[in-house]
Design a protein around this ligand. Structure first.
Ligand SMILES: Nc1ncnc2c1ncn2[C@@H]1O[C@H](COP(=O)(O)OP(=O)(O)OP(=O)(O)O)[C@@H](O)[C@H]1O
Ligand SMILES: [Mg+2]
Length: 223
């Protein structure tokens, strides 16, 4: 299974999403490799403490490292040019577009989805950093994405300080602790959101082609 996590907007949890999905599939006894295709090498930096249960490699090492992997998750970078995006996307079973419920993030995902549709690659948006006190913003973002024909996963990833703590500690969110080493009280909300995302992705990919083609359906004429 080849998943590419992509998006033109910086800081929308592409790396966080790549690593958490990888951790979940790795925990289910799949051989997983994350390919860091970002020049900033954020996924590699996250993994440097050696706390993750799967390989993270720079894109230059992907050919060798991904041989034999059951799951390859590619972490893309913000502001890639069109050609770079096309190359990253082609051959993916699904391109996942993490999207924060903000106007600019939605706009950039819609633009990227149009490119993916042109090249015929299945894709879906994932709402991330959803502030639970502002559910309306998430609902509006979902409706806006869907109005442009962009499928949106049902699961939403909540905005949680536990993700920042986890990153600083080089662990996944389920292991996030505070400064005194106490488990973060909200950590499992973040983890279970990504578990649902992983499940939804597997369902989408395993669907027969008639359903899969819906996820790359053309833009409605009114869009
Ligand atoms: N659900 C979340 N709630 C709160 N903070 C989050 C969440 N997901 C990610 N973050 C934090 O947001 C920041 C940006 O996340 P991340 O690096 O994954 O984004 P990115 O899209 O890969 O960024 P870049 O464009 O720089 O590659 C990080 O500090 C990360 O810990
Ligand atoms: Mg990143």
């Amino acid at each position: 299974m080849f998943i590419t996590v992509s998006g033109q907007k910086g800081g929308v949890a592409k790396t966080c999403t790549s690593l958490h999905l990888a951790a979940i599939w790795s925990g289910r006894n799949r051989s997983v490799c994350v390919v860091d295709a970002d020049r900033n090498r954020s996924a590699l930096a996250y993994a440097v403490r050696g706390e993750l249960s799967f390989a993270v490699v720079p894109v230059e090492a992907a050919a060798k490292a991904t041989r034999g992997a059951d799951v390859v998750v590619t972490d893309g970078q913000a502001s890639s040019d069109e050609e770079e995006l096309r190359h990253l996307a082609l051959g993916s079973d699904l391109v996942l577009l993490p999207t924060a419920p903000k106007a600019r993030a939605v706009e950039l995902s819609v633009e990227l989805a149009a490119l993916l549709r042109r090249v015929g690659v299945a894709h879906a948006a994932l709402l991330v950093k959803v502030d639970l006190r502002q559910q309306r913003a998430a609902l509006e973002a979902r409706q806006a994405l869907e109005s442009f024909g962009l499928p949106v996963l049902g699961a939403e990833v909540p905005l949680l300080a536990a993700f920042d703590k986890a990153e600083a500690q080089g662990v996944t969110v389920d292991r996030a602790t505070d400064d005194r080493g106490r488990a973060d009280p909200r950590r499992m909300a973040g983890w279970s959101a990504y578990c649902t995302v992983a499940q939804e992705i597997e369902c989408l990919i395993s669907k027969p082609s008639s359903v899969a083609s819906r996820i790359i359906s053309p833009l409605p004429l009114s869009a």
